[in-house]
Write a protein that binds this ligand. Sequence first.
Ligand SMILES: [Zn+2]
Length: 326
Amino acid sequence: MVGKLIIGVDLGGTQIRAALADGEGSILRRTSCLTLAEEGLEPVIGRIKGAIYEVMGSTERGQVQGIGVVAPGPLDPWKGVIMDAPNLPGWKNVPLKDLMEEEFGLPVFVGNDANLAALAEQRFGAGQGVSDLIYITVSTGIGGGIIADNRLLLGAQGLAGEVGHQTIEAHGPRCNCGNIGCLEALAAGPAIARTARELIKTGIGTAIADLVGGDLDKITAREVNQAAQAGDPVAIELFRQAGFYIGIGIVNLLHLFNSSLIVIGGGVAKAGDLLFEPIRATVRERAMASYYWEHTPIVPATLGDDVALLGAVALVLLRNTTTNWE
Ligand SMILES: [Zn+2]
């Protein structure tokens, strides 16, 4: 009989987190440490192993059905190879699945962070029982995961779901990916902060400038949110604008996938209705027919900071019960 417990690992640019969980997504034990990515590949691999051993504790291996690892993409979700991780120097074509299976003698599955967040929200969060949902995370970047017909869409190379890199403004700002006018370049946290700085430089008065003591380089989406929650009209307008662009992105997605739920997480989503209302208004206005949105709620993610760990757990549960990925 397969073990009931699952180990989830969240490999991030700043932190490595690991948890031992049960099949219902309850976390029984957890640990975290700094990634210290600048030290290079080997020490980071060592820290991942250490974190897994720590949460495993004295648990017998037979009790564990597998290890899931959430990693920043791009990666090969079948072979479990990290092709290139922008925040992890030295990580090129790293066979993480093989390395961990060799160490632990347990099945190991690796997936992209935003893709697995979609799985987590579907299994344990806002999207339970929903077979067609799109998860969008809006933070320093915009990522996503698409579940269509109850399957996580991976694409031919496992690179599907890059909802933040759809072109929204053909002649818009340059994106981190090199393209122009991507949703991420228009509505992620850094874009909101950049627009705030530009407005302040034109002489417009806003509480955002006061929050950073006039040092405009210190502005992030967090300060803009703080000002917006206190009623600052410029900050509110910045979220309205970001919501407008995200809304257009969602309209594109609804036309392509006819989803029945949109779940939005990430730090920028903490702005709440100031972001969600303009998103919903734009979707209502721009979708080509009401049946694309009238049965499709656009809701906040519910799993918070545990979404990545629970995504890793959900991946193991999925891979152990389906042959979709074989
Ligand atoms: Zn882009």
